[in-house]
Design a protein around this ligand. Structure first.
Ligand code: FEO
Ligand code: CA
Ligand code: CA
Ligand code: CA
Length: 530
């Protein structure tokens, strides 16, 4: 099928390295002076519903970490791995992985198949969400975990985490647990941001008018065994991968945070982009007042119709002052505040990445089914004068999902060393291989080459096992390895006799979410590596 070509991908005016924020140009990414010119063709794969991780020619994978695997004498790797961050070690053959654990497929994690969950089942599920820190080493060309390394540990729904805020939240200065950790980000100082997305599925959400707590149809029933206020979840959490020390950043607001993408300005203040992955919710950015602070600063919501970032500071917005008693309440009830000041409802904001060549901000908008937007798009935000602390911008569509483009429901975004764009797709398991999604088959992973004969084309290079979603793509700084999460394979399984996936072991094995390490000549070709 003829795919439309997006010449604008290169950008009219390619910015020079000096205009890029220091953090982007310093994290082994690229400037225009060394854009690699691809001269070969990438042979993509056709969509498939095979129960396997199918890769394009020139790519191979090895399973690095899998659900239930022991990472130390004390801890095991959690469930439904999503965001991955690789923090390089002393040399290119070692580093620390942070991996988010977004959810649990109960039938395989807690052996729950219906009815009321026992406390023991809830405890098992609470242990398996959060994140893992695992030291890894490359030996004879393969990445392996460094079992029992002192940095290896779990954060989960039992971990005590303080709020980085001066007022208490529902009477305490700390929360117990982090949960529903979806995507994230990395800070210029090497810590990890992990985002609590669908927090309402664990301890519900408050109706702030009546004070009552409501539980969704996806409720994990945890509230039946633990009394935890919903206000303690839905935050961006910063974790030091060396120590596991964590804090929840209240100033970034409370919502179904998908990700948190940090840019450092010349004067070392930071800008953090984040989106609220819920139908008709918004895109936000936080601009710090002080270098490196995620507490002192202002949170803004995007009005993409007018190209304006609107302040959510109660002292600057009389309408917020009328409704809320203080800034803490504004941040806890962020969705209501954003609607009051004119934030634009979006088609479920997912991942956000900064294009390392143009400096533009790309936002995956996955879909908005109630508005008949089934395929989503990637939105491009160009900040005025290329300044990340600007309060004005231009928004336009960068790529539109659909049959002729070969993808639907974009989710995680990543750029490689040469500035090629990669993205994953998240068609929900219940919709996959059904109208209007049949042509896409299982969820895939795509590359958009920056240069060369296929410049701007969308090429599928991976397909996930049955009922899975590919998430968390992250490159090592040398570009040689791409870490990728295979999340929730077989998640529609209702009985052990009829599992919908057996990946990665095959045969009659239970499916296990896993992190894979992908490498091969195709990655080298796309980035000009030898
Ligand atoms: Fe967890 Fe919005 O994806
Ligand atoms: Ca996601
Ligand atoms: Ca998603
Ligand atoms: Ca997911």
């Amino acid at each position: 099928m003829e795919r439309r070509k997006f010449i604008e991908f290169l950008g009219k005016g390619v910015v020079t390295t000096s205009l890029l924020p220091p953090f982007i140009s310093s994290c082994n990414r690229i400037g225009s002076e060394r854009i690699f010119k691809i001269n070969s063709m990438t042979k993509g794969i056709s969509p498939t519903n095979a129960d396997d991780l199918v890769l394009a020619e020139g790519l191979t994978y090895e399973v690095l970490l899998t659900f239930g695997q022991k990472i130390s004498d004390k801890d095991t790797f959690g469930s439904d791995n999503d965001y991955i961050a690789f923090v390089p070690g002393d040399n290119e053959n070692e580093g620390t992985l942070w991996v988010n654990h977004e959810s649990v497929t109960s039938i395989f994690v807690s052996r729950f198949t219906g009815g009321e969950k026992t406390k023991e089942q809830v405890d098992t599920e609470m242990y398996n969400m959060g994140g893992s820190i695992v030291k890894i080493k490359k030996e004879n060309g393969s990445w392996n975990i460094d079992y029992n390394n002192p940095v290896n540990r779990r954060l989960n729904a039992f971990t005590e985490i303080p709020f980085n805020w001066d007022s208490q939240i529902k009477g305490t200065t700390k929360a117990i647990g982090t949960l529903e950790n979806c995507a994230g980000g990395i800070t210029p100082w090497g810590t990890i941001l992990t985002c609590e997305e669908n927090y309402h599925n664990c301890f519900g959400e408050r109706n702030f008018e009546t004070g009552e707590i409501k539980y969704s149809s996806w409720s994990k029933q945890w509230h039946k065994h633990y009394d935890r206020p919903p206000e303690h979840y839905g935050w961006v959490v910063e974790v030091d991968p060396a120590t596991g020390k964590a804090e929840k950043h209240i100033a970034l607001g409370r919502c179904a945070h998908e990700c948190a993408t940090v840019v450092e300005l010349e004067d070392k203040r930071i800008v953090v982009y984040t989106g609220d992955d819920k139908v008709d919710q918004c895109i936000y950015k936080f601009i710090s007042d002080e270098p490196g602070s995620m507490k002192s600063g202002t949170l803004y919501v995007a009005n993409t119709d007018e190209g304006k970032w609107i302040s959510l500071n109660i002292d600057e917005q009389p309408i917020l002052k009328e409704k809320f008693k203080d800034q803490t309440e504004v941040l806890i009830r962020l969705r209501e505040a954003a609607a009051l000041v004119g934030g634009t409802p979006q088609a479920r904001p997912e991942d956000i990445e900064i294009d390392p060549v143009t400096g533009n901000v790309l936002v995956a908008l996955t879909n908005n089914k109630p508005k008949n937007d089934y395929f989503g798009e990637i939105l491009k935000i160009e900040e005025k004068d290329g300044k990340y602390d600007s309060l004005e911008f231009t928004a336009s569509t960068f790529l539109t999902g659909g049959e002729e483009m070969g993808f639907a429901c974009p989710d995680n975004l990543a750029f490689d060393k040469a500035g090629n764009l990669y993205f994953t797709c998240d068609i929900s398991s219940s919709s996959m291989n059904k109208p209007p999604y049949e042509s896409f088959k299982n969820n895939g992973f795509f590359v958009v080459p920056r240069t060369g004969p296929q410049e701007g084309q969308v090429i599928q290079i991976a397909s996930g096992p049955v009922d899975s979603e590919l998430t968390g793509p992250f490159f090592t700084p040398d570009g040689k390895t791409l870490f990728l999460s295979v999340q929730h394979p077989g998640d529609r399984t209702k009985s052990y006799d009829a599992m919908t996936s057996h990946w990665p072991d095959g045969g009659n094995a239970e499916p296990r979410p896993s992190v894979v390490a992908i490498s091969g000549p195709l990655l080298d070709q796309l980035q000009g590596l030898s």
